[in-house]
Ligand binder design. Structure first.
Ligand code: 13P
Length: 339
């Protein structure tokens, strides 16, 4: 393990005013996204769509790195440059989602555990060879009647730490993503409590399994009421609750925290990150690692048609810029109207 390489890569991923594009939708997930805009889920459409995101002119001003799905790692731009090589040449760090998805957890109805540890060491060695410098593993924690259980939180935290240790052994920076879903009807207080329990378990396991905190990035959810709850806290309350939990549970040695968007509206995802900065942030660099909140507008503008690529790139660059500004507390809602 090269501590310096890990630390420098982690810092580059959360460079001030920049953040990560999560474009690592599995074939099943991108099918859902494509279906919503009437695009057929073929290999060539997936390549064309990722191509338009990665080649958008000037994207590197706001995007520090891109998380790829395994298939994309072996695809190339229109002129034949492999995507990882192309991204690196433009100053965007290429990364890879290595987990195999959340599967039903035995004996725990309604809860999941993320799989993918078997053979991970060998896969990481292969990814490293083709230029991958960071990885992602997403654990899913569901809020519901009597859940999450400590059992579910515990096994997911354990797997996250096992993954992170293997990544660091290969000089690959692990993005550690314990996602507390925001899909239920719970209050913000419940989300705060569950996020608190989850992060406590995750950092306990990271410590036990000797993960170098200086060489990782945390990717958490915001502390926010469930989407089905009609009573939503204002943006400042969300930002305050999120910072409160992070300050309690995330050691200052962690270089950066990059939030997931989790189904918030595009503007909420931007505004919450901005508000967190305007409240003074914390001892870590605070940024974004958004999938939907960076891509939804672009996907809609594209609709699978070559003649819409320029419009889709404009839509993507707008969100990238808004989130880049938010990542240093310089976003204003007037900038959205101006666009
Ligand atoms: P969202 O920003 O759409 O939640 O996706 C981020 C991600 O990578 C989830 O694993």
């Amino acid at each position: 393990m090269n501590e310096l390489i890990l630390h420098e890569t982690a810092l580059a991923m959360v460079a001030p005013g920049k953040g990560i594009l999560a474009a690592d939708e599995s074939t099943g997930t991108i099918e859902k996204r494509f279906k919503s805009v009437g695009v057929e889920n073929t290999e060539s459409n997936r390549r064309a769509y990722r191509d338009l995101l990665f080649t958008a002119e000037g994207g590197q001003q706001w995007i520090s790195g891109v998380i790829l799905f395994e298939e994309t790692l072996f695809q190339a731009t229109r002129d034949g440059t492999p995507f990882p090589q192309y991204l690196a040449s433009r100053g965007m760090v290429p990364g890879i989602k290595v987990d195999k998805g959340a599967k039903p957890l035995a004996g725990a109805p309604g809860e999941t555990v993320t799989e993918g540890l078997d053979g991970l060491r060998e896969r990481l060695a292969k990814f490293k060879q083709i230029g991958t410098r960071f990885a992602k593993w997403r654990a899913v924690i569901t809020i519901g009647d009597g859940i999450p259980s400590d059992y579910c939180i515990g096994v997911n935290a354990h797997a996250l730490a096992r993954y992170a240790a293997l990544c660091q052994e290969a000089d690959i920076v692990p993005i550690v993503e314990p996602e507390v879903l925001m899909d239920a009807d719970n209050t913000i207080e419940v989300c705060e409590n569950v996020t608190d329990r989850t992060l406590a378990a995750v950092f306990h396991e990271l410590f036990t399994q000797r993960v170098l905190l200086e060489g990782m990035i945390l990717k958490p959810n915001l502390v926010i009421a469930g989407k089905k709850n009609p009573w939503q806290a204002d943006r400042k309350t969300v930002a305050e609750a999120t910072l409160r939990v992070l300050k309690r549970r995330v050691p200052a040695a962690v270089p950066g925290i990059a939030f997931l968007s989790g189904g918030q509206s595009d503007e909420d995802a931007t505004a919450h990150l901005d508000q967190i900065h305007k409240l003074g942030g914390g001892p870590w660099l605070l940024s974004f690692s958004y999938g939907r909140a960076l891509q939804a507008a672009a996907l809609k503008a594209w609709g699978g048609r070559a003649e819409n690529v320029a419009a889709a790139q404009r839509a993507f660059l707008h969100r990238a810029r808004m989130n880049g500004l938010a990542a240093s507390g310089r976003w204003e809602s007037a900038l959205e109207q101006a666009a």
